[in-house]
Design a protein around this ligand. Sequence first.
Ligand code: URA
Length: 232
Amino acid sequence: MRLDKYLAEMGAGTRKEIGKAVRAGRVTVNGQASKNAAMQVTAEDDVRLDGALIAYETFVYYMLNKPAGVISATEDARERTVLDLISERQRKGLFPVGRLDKDTEGLLLITNDGALAHRLLSPKHHVDKVYYARLDGPVGEAEKALFAQGLKVDDTLTALPADLEILTPATEVRVTIREGKFHQVKRMFEAVGREVLYLQRLSMGPLILDESLPKGGYRRLTEEEESAIMNV
Ligand code: URA
């Protein structure tokens, strides 16, 4: 592909910024400065901007700490989306893996790897998702047993067995579900007469929310995290 396209896809800047950098001789290909933005390069070439290696990666993986008030979509005419929070956005084709409600916070994986997303979301795989929830009243052993049995939520949803861990006070819980139906956690609590006042996703499979990420903050997955999710 063209050198300027390669750099733009790797998030090295806008086409205009990249054009300038190339003309200024700040870009090298295999050790030689290249002032030709149309030069053909491949993923095997050593491409550098100001001496820093810009490796060609096909897939990227970000952990986002989703704040309330943004929707889990790629674009929307009226609402802010989770992708509006990713500034390294020259990369095309990013999307959130699954959905969190607009008012739900916490862990959301953003990637351009469709096959991985498919595996993580497939009902066949039963990837554990752990949520922290604050409720409008306490729950106890009865609710725990109902969740553990596989709760009939309504005519359209009987949940798979879920773990309910009751925290202190008993209006706070950690719940582990193995599927991801629409408003699943809220509907499960509604079925036992409780309203979810606050919901935060803490983990998805082996991926655990990095508590040091501020709300709305994101970072690349570490190599360990990347290889852990590849093995799901
Ligand atoms: N369950 C819900 O009810 N909402 C979410 O955002 C995620 C799981």
